[in-house]
Structures are given as C-alpha cells and as structure tokens.
Design a protein around this ligand. Structure first.
Ligand SMILES: [Zn+2]
Length: 288
C-alpha cells in the first residue's frame, strides 16, 4: 500500500494537471468503488463540476470540486490513478499492473472521469479494496478526524509524540507507529526505516524508550518522510509513480526489503521477522 510519501507524490502530480479541468461525464464499471451512492446519482452529482484543488490527508487524496461535494480517494492495496491527456499518452498513476502494459480502459478499470478537454482520469484497481467517495465537507472532516496528526505538520510536535507514546506504555513501538488513528500516513516501509535511523528496535515497548530516544525517533520519522517525498517515494512491486516512472527512494532504504543484504553501517546481515502481523526489518547490531 502506498504510504504518505507515495500518496503525496501522486497528489502533487495530479495537482499539476487536474486543477481547472471540468468534468464532462463519469463512467462506472464497478459500482462498489463509489458506494454507498448509486452510479446514477454519483454521475449526476459530479457532471459539470470543475476541479478546484487537490489535497492529501493521511493516505487519502481529496479532489475538491466546484460544487458542494468533493471526491475522496483511497488507493488501498492496488489502486491506480492514471491521467490520459490523449490516446496512448499516460501521465499519472499509482500501482503498476501485472505485465506492466497499460491499455486504457482495461479489465481493472473501475471508474473513468472524462473532462471537457477530452482528457480522462482512470481509476484502476486490481483487488478492488480502493474506494472513491463523493462527500460534503462535514463528512470528509469527520473521516479525516479519525486519523492521527499529520507527521509533517505542526500538529506532530515532540510533545504530542511523547503523549502518544505515554498513553500506550506496553505496546511495541512498531504497533504505535502503524496505528493510523495515532499518527497518519506511516506504513511498513517508513516505520522500519525510522526505527533504523533512530537506532531503536521496532519490537521494544514504548515504556522502555529513553527521552533522548523518543526525540531521535520523532526527528527520524520527519526526516525520512521529507527525504522520501523529495525523491518521489519508494517504488516497489505495489507502487510506481504517476507516469509509470519509478520513485527514487529505493537506494536510500536501509532495512526495508533488504533482508538478504548487509547493513550499510555495520555490514552485518539485516534481519527480517514477522512482528505485529507485518514483515519487520532491522539491524540487530545497530538498533537497540
Ligand atoms: Zn547495522
């Protein structure tokens, strides 16, 4: 699943091309993607509106429209957003699909937004966990409020982080960092990387962290997300960028996906274990 830097990259790519476009019509080939609205109501409410802005909150993308309702999109496991200015030319994506070739629309296409300038935005989703909601501001704010603070905003101060950890002294640090209701947007990649950067084992209980370690972890989370955004995210078998190009963060990974390789710092093998239900990567020499 794309994490904060990947969704932020898609948001920035989309913002460059979609803002100002007017929606002509919507085609829905998988009704559950846009539930609970019916395709007919969804189409009627959205046709003729203009895209005014694109925002991100946690792992969700909000496409603001000129009407009273906005689009809220979650790519989940395999969702893609692909912009097609003209036949054969692809500008914005999300997840690659098996085989790598992108014919549009294809058997994974669930929703197509057509714009008055004849360009199209395709929402493709192999596993169908992704969703698109048409909702008013109040509904969206309620949904957003279920997520913890944005780690790159002022809301995620050291004090706030200390308070989050203090509430759950017996929980492992990895479980806390993955919990979207406590901190928004982190997933497996950036949790493992932040723990490595802070030299902390992700398996430790939060009560064992010294104040200095909490400060280091707080700084590491922010630094790693900023660096990844600047490199357009991490490409994997589950995510490529926008135009099908790769995010540039992979060479900066220290532990994630490197279980058969050696630690870049101490040259000892990187460990991978299953922990809190997730593949968890760390260096048992560098992290304490
Ligand atoms: Zn090491």
């Amino acid at each position: 699943m794309p994490e904060l830097p990947e969704v932020e990259t898609i948001k920035r790519d989309l913002a460059k091309i979609l803002v100002g476009l007017k929606i002509n019509q919507v085609k829905i080939t998988w009704a559950k993607t846009i539930a609970p609205l019916s395709p007919a109501i969804f189409q009627r409410k959205i046709a003729g509106t203009k895209i005014t802005a694109i925002e991100r909150r946690a792992k969700m993308i909000r496409i603001k429209l000129s009407g009273p309702l906005d689009l809220l999109i979650h790519l989940k496991m395999t969702g893609q957003l692909i912009y097609q200015p003209q036949i054969g030319k692809i500008v914005v994506g999300g997840h690659p699909q098996p085989g790598g070739l992108i014919n549009l629309p294809n058997s994974f296409t669930r929703v197509i937004l057509s714009f008055t300038n004849d360009s199209k935005l395709f929402f493709n989703d192999l596993r169908k966990f992704g969703w698109i909601r048409l909702a008013d501001d109040k509904t969206i704010k309620t949904l957003f409020a279920k997520n913890g603070p944005e780690p790159l905003s002022k809301d995620f101060s050291l004090l706030v982080f200390q308070q989050i950890l203090a509430r759950f002294p017996r929980r492992p640090i990895k479980q806390i960092l993955l919990d979207q209701t406590l901190i928004a947007g982190l997933g497996n990649i950036y949790v493992d990387e932040a723990c490595f950067n802070a030299k902390i084992l992700p398996t430790r209980k939060t009560s064992t962290l010294k104040p200095k370690e909490i400060t280091k972890l707080h700084q590491a989370i922010i630094a790693i997300l900023k660096l990844s955004i600047s490199k357009k995210g991490t490409s994997s078998r589950n995510y490529v960028r926008a135009d099908g190009s790769q995010g540039g963060f992979v060479p900066y990974l220290n532990v994630y996906g490197r279980s058969k390789e050696t630690c870049k710092v101490c040259k000892q093998p990187i460990q991978k274990i299953k922990f809190v239900g997730r593949g968890t990567h760390f260096c048992k020499y560098c992290q304490k």
